[in-house]
Design a protein around this ligand. Structure first.
Ligand SMILES: [Zn+2]
Length: 444
C-alpha cells in the first residue's frame, strides 16, 4: 500500500475488486476504480496511478452506495417505540404524542443517529422526510446533522407532527430556508424539497382543505422544489391519487410514497404523468398497509425507489434487508422465481432510486464523471465467505457489518468497518440523553 504521505489528498485507487457498476459497463471482475477530487475518474483493469492512495479490494465487491428514497430521520430517536399491541398507541399516535416534545437538539440527535446508521449500512444517499419541523430551528438542526454526516441527501421540509389540518405549513420559514440555501447545501450534497401533507389521506379527521394543500404544493413549485407525499389510503374516485390526477398535480417532481392500495387505474395515471414512487416494504408490512406492489409499479413503467421510512417500525435501516424483502414479496406474489431478479431489485436500491430523486446523473452507479459514492463489501464473514453471483450476494446475504468502506463524494466515511468522520459512541450517547429528555418532558 502506498504510504499516505506520498499521495495527493483525495486521490484513491480502489484496486482489483469485483466491480458491479450498475451502469452500461456491466460487471468488471478484477477492476480498479480511480477517484479524484470527489469524482470517478477512471474504471478499468491495472490502472497505473502513482499519486493515488491504493485501497486493496481484491476478493471484495465494489458497488455504488445504496440510495434511500424516504426516511423520517428525526424519529430514529424513537427507534422501536411503536408498540402495535391492542390498546397501545401504535406508530402514528406515538409519533404525534412524543414528537411534540422534541426540541431542536432532539431533532439533531435523532437525525445524527440515523445518518450514522446510514453510512454504517452502506447507504450513501438519503431522503430525509422531515415531518416534525416545529420552527426554523428544527429545520436547521436537521440540516446541520445531514451536513456534518457527509451523506448525499434530499432534505424535504415538512410540517410538524400533529399539525392542525386547518392551518398552512410554515411556508414563510420554507422561503427563509430556500433564500439561505447556500448556507445549508454542504458543497451541493444536499438539495431541498417539500414533505407535503397532500389531501391528508383517508382519515376524515386528518383531511386538509383543498385551498390549503393546493397553496402548499404551489409554493413548493414556485420555489422549484421537488415534492413528496404519502399515498397509502384507499383507491378509487375519492382516493388521493385520483384527486391529484384530476387536479393536474401529478408529475416527475411529485414523489408518491407507498401506493399499496392504489388501483391499477391509479397506477396507470401516475405512470402516465411520470410520477416516481417510493416503496418501504418493512414498514408497509409492519403497519398493516398490505403487501408492497413493486411488481405492478414496475410493470406499469413507474420509476421506483426503495426506502427505510421509519425505524420506529422497521427497527433498523438495513437497506440490504429492504432489498431482500422487496424481491421476496414480488416473487411470492407473482408465484414466480424470476419475477424480480436480484439484479433488477438491486437497481431499485441504486440507480433507479437515484433516478426517482432526480440524482441519476450524479450518483446511483459507478461511471466515469459521476460523484464517487462507492461501497466496498468484504466477503470475509461466515455469512458470506464465497464469491458467487455478486448481485445475489448483495441482495440476499450482505448485512451492514460486511460494508468495509464507504465513500460519499470521494470522501471516506467508513473504513475498515469503522465510521471515520463522526464519533459513533458520542452520537449514541447523545441520542440516549436526548431521548431521556424528550420522554421526561412528555411524562410531565
Ligand atoms: Zn413515511
Amino acid at each position: 500500500m502506498t504510504s499516505r504521505a506520498s499521495v495527493s489528498a483525495g486521490n484513491l485507487l480502489i484496486r482489483g475488486g469485483y466491480v458491479l457498476t450498475m451502469d452500461s459497463a456491466g460487471d468488471l471482475p478484477g477492476a480498479d476504480v480511480l477517484v479524484r477530487d470527489g469524482v470517478i475518474q477512471q474504471i478499468g483493469r491495472n490502472l497505473d496511478v502513482p499519486d493515488a492512495e491504493v485501497i486493496d479490494a481484491s476478493g471484495k465487491i465494489v458497488a455504488p452506495g445504496l440510495v434511500d428514497t424516504h426516511w423520517h430521520m428525526w424519529n430514529t430517536l424513537l427507534r422501536g417505540m411503536s408498540d402495535g399491541r391492542p390498546g397501545r398507541l401504535g406508530y402514528f399516535a406515538t409519533c404525534v404524542g412524543i414528537g411534540r416534545h422534541f426540541l431542536p437538539g432532539d431533532t439533531y440527535a435523532g437525525t445524527r443517529l440515523a445518518a450514522a446508521e446510514a453510512v454504517d449500512a452502506g447507504i450513501t444517499t438519503v431522503h430525509d422526510w422531515a415531518h416534525n419541523i416545529r420552527g426554523l430551528d428544527w429545520a436547521e438542526a436537521g440540516l446541520r446533522a445531514l451536513g456534518e454526516s457527509g451523506l448525499r441527501a434530499r432534505f424535504s421540509y415538512g410540517y410538524q407532527t400533529g399539525h392542525a389540518n386547518d392551518q398552512l405549513m410554515a411556508l414563510d420559514d420554507l422561503a427563509v430556508i430556500k433564500a439561505g440555501w447556500p448556507s445549508y447545501h454542504a458543497d451541493n450534497r444536499i438539495h431541498l424539497g417539500m414533505a407535503w401533507r397532500g389531501t391528508g389521506g383517508s382519515n376524515p379527521a386528518m383531511r386538509v382543505a383543498p385551498e390549503l394543500y393546493r397553496a402548499e404544493i404551489a409554493a413548493a413549485r414556485a420555489h422549484g422544489l421537488p415534492v413528496s407525499v404519502h399515498a397509502c389510503g384507499p383507491a378509487g374516485a375519492a382516493g388521493q391519487i385520483r384527486t391529484y390526477a384530476d387536479e393536474g398535480l401529478l408529475g416527475p417532481d411529485l414523489q408518491l410514497v407507498h401506493l399499496n392500495n392504489a388501483s391499477p387505474e391509479e397506477i396507470a395515471l401516475a405512470a402516465e404523468a411520470g410520477t416516481p414512487v417510493s416503496v418501504s416494504p418493512w414498514t408497509e408490512l409492519q403497519i398493516g398497509y398490505g403487501q408492497p406492489v413493486t411488481g405492478e409499479l414496475l410493470a406499469a413503467g413507474l420509476s421506483v425507489g426503495l426506502s427505510v421510512d421509519t425505524t420506529m417500525l422497521s427497527g433498523n435501516a438495513d437497506l440490504f434487508a429492504v432489498v431482500k424483502v422487496t424481491q421476496a414479496c414480488a416473487n411470492g406474489q407473482a408465484r414466480h422465481e424470476f419475477a424480480l431478479t436480484a439484479r433488477d431489485v438491486l437497481r431499485l436500491a441504486t440507480i433507479e432510486g437515484a433516478r426517482s430523486l432526480g440524482l441519476d446523473a450524479v450518483t446511483g452507479s459507478l461511471a466515469v464523471g459521476k460523484r464517487a459514492d462507492v461501497i466496498v463489501v468484504s466477503l470475509d464473514s461466515p455469512s458470506l465467505g464465497v464469491l458467487t453471483d455478486p448481485a445475489r450476494l448483495l441482495v440476499t446475504a450482505t448485512t451492514p457489518r460486511d460494508v468495509e468502506l464507504v465513500l460519499v463524494d470521494g470522501r471516506v466515511l467508513k473504513r475498515d468497518g469503522k465510521l471515520t468522520i463522526v464519533d459513533a459512541k458520542e452520537i449514541t450517547s447523545a441520542a440516549r440523553a436526548a431521548l431521556a429528555g424528550v420522554l421526561s418532558r412528555a411524562a410531565a
